[in-house]
Design a protein around this ligand. Sequence first.
Ligand code: TUI
Length: 315
Amino acid sequence: MKYSGLCQLLNIKYPIFQGGMAWISDADLAGAVSNAGGLGIIAAGNAPAEWLEEQVYKIKKITDKPFGINIMLMSPHKDAVAEAAAFLEVPVIITGAGTPGKYMDVWKSKGIKVFPVVPTTTLAIRMERSGADGLICEGTEAGGHIGELTTMTLVPQVVDAVSIPVIAAGGIADGRGFAAALMLGASGIQVGTRFLTAYECNVHQNYKNAILAARDTDAIVTGRSTGHPVRCLKNNLTSKFKKMEKSGISPLEIEKAGEGTLRKAALEGDVKSGSVMSGQIAGLVNKEESCEEIMTDLMRGMLQTIKNFNIEELS
Ligand code: TUI
């Protein structure tokens, strides 16, 4: 299924998902993206079900368009959040950091469209079999909790292995990346990092400034040795993590040092000792804009890239 099929399936204008970002993507950001024709996504992260209920109530006042919620499957509240999402009959559920198998039947019985994030082809095939409506193939270029494969290698392999729509994620922030994803066989894209600097994004201004200042090599990975790799901007926290990982102290202790650090950066603006999760494409994000401007630029840029491509040069 291609581009227009995905838009029809979800009743959206453009095949662009706004990536769910824990502590960051709330009803304000998601509502603005949905109003601009994409699929806005509220991230439940580690929040309790009550927070999600409030946000769903709020987004319905901001937009009458479809939206999604992202359920982070390492959350201690995942069962309650999964149940609330079913009760609220949200249009779309995206899952991350685990497999949603046990919730699938209930969500499907409510007519909810389910798009799990998959980091491998094996998992993609498993998710299609368990009833997923589409998949988000997130490459290691993405911010936050990541897999090993790149977007460039993951997307075409999954596209060949399944027959449901594939959304490319990780490393995409403009029309060129969008066009490239379509060339790989994706039906749409998910964009996270670029929406961090949107006017409607409520993340702390210090976080936005860190993204605006970031260069191509600034988004690094910590936690590979503990089995929970996370990509974020280099700072005092990442140095501390690197030292801890080299020192041979227990993975559990290292994991503990990360607790609460995303909240610290996103809400309190402590971008030195907090976790400034970001994709590798942050170097391309150089201005603050509205969600509407971002969406228009992504669409125009993608169409322009494809139009400008000179096939004659290949012969
Ligand atoms: O989930 C993400 N990215 C995230 S979640 C998050 S919140 C957080 N806070 C503190 C520490 C860590 C995380 C920040 N960023 N992306 C989607 C994603 N899902 N990436 C990789 C996966 C994934 C990994 C394994 C999906 C399924 C999976 O399954 C393994 C299995 O067999 O269950």
